[in-house]
Design a protein around this ligand. Structure first.
Ligand code: DX5
Ligand code: ZN
Length: 226
């Protein structure tokens, strides 16, 4: 179980792109820790989000680290470009990497935090032989591709399994949860062992997004907002 304070990473996918500058400033001035940036290629997932020009624009004004989640095939081709476009952390999908160990080394070589995302159907146990090489595991709690989907309950079990897998081998591993996260389930996710909560629609569609971030940040393990 994590002992450090948890991190909140609002997912820009749910922002109003016509007001992107204002949305970035809202996150800058909030209690959020990172920007979560979803890159979708229309091949790995059935949706296309945005690419380098938008990432550059976000990086220009963001005052917090950019946590870039690549939902793309063959991510190795673009790692350098994501780094030079402003990524601080790069997360690739287990299902998209034939040579995951090599990909993780390449991300670290760039000086970025190396992350691996797992689709809901992918067991945590498949990370056994690379767990010591990973800085962050993103457990997808929805099928990737869209914001605003229903949280998958099996996620709690996967968090505990992953924490056990990393115990004694990679105790500093960050466990991130992505999809359908909000104050209604954030406390239980932290209790299970999560470190980073990604939230898109539950932040940007809230009547007061700054307060929605604060409520997520105020969560404590096993407790709803107090
Ligand atoms: C889904 C993305 C998520 C998404 C989360 O493929 O990886 O980051 O933006 O959105 P919500 O919080 O609305 O489920
Ligand atoms: Zn994401």
């Amino acid at each position: 179980m994590s002992i450090n304070p948890h991190l909140i990473a609002p997912s820009v996918l749910a922002a109003d792109f016509a007001r992107l500058y204002d949305e970035i400033q809202m996150v800058n001035n909030s209690d959020a820790d990172w920007f979560h940036i979803d890159i979708m290629d229309g091949v790995f997932v059935p949706n296309i989000s945005f690419g380098f020009p938008v990432l550059h624009a976000i990086a220009k004004y963001a005052k917090k680290p950019l946590d870039v989640h690549l939902m793309i095939v063959d991510p190795d081709r673009y790692l350098g470009l994501f780094k030079s476009s402003g990524a601080d952390g790069i997360t690739v999908h287990y299902e998209a990497c034939t040579h995951l160990h090599r990909t993780l080394a390449a991300i670290k070589e760039l000086g970025c935090r190396a992350g691996v995302a797992l689709n809901p159907h992918t067991p945590v146990s498949l990370l056994k032989d690379v767990i010591r090489d990973i800085d962050l595991v993103c457990i997808m709690s929805v099928n990737p591709g869209f914001g605003g989907q229903k949280f998958i309950e099996q996620t709690y079990t996967k968090i505990k399994e992953l924490r056990n897998l990393a115990a004694g081998v990679n105790d500093g591993l960050l466990i991130e949860i992505d999809g359908g996260v909000g104050v209604h389930n954030g406390g239980l996710l932290l209790e299970a062992g999560a470190d980073v909560l990604v939230a898109g629609s539950n932040v940007f569609a809230a009547s007061d997004p700054t307060d929605a971030i604060l409520q997520l940040k105020k969560l404590r393990k096993g407790l709803q907002n107090v």
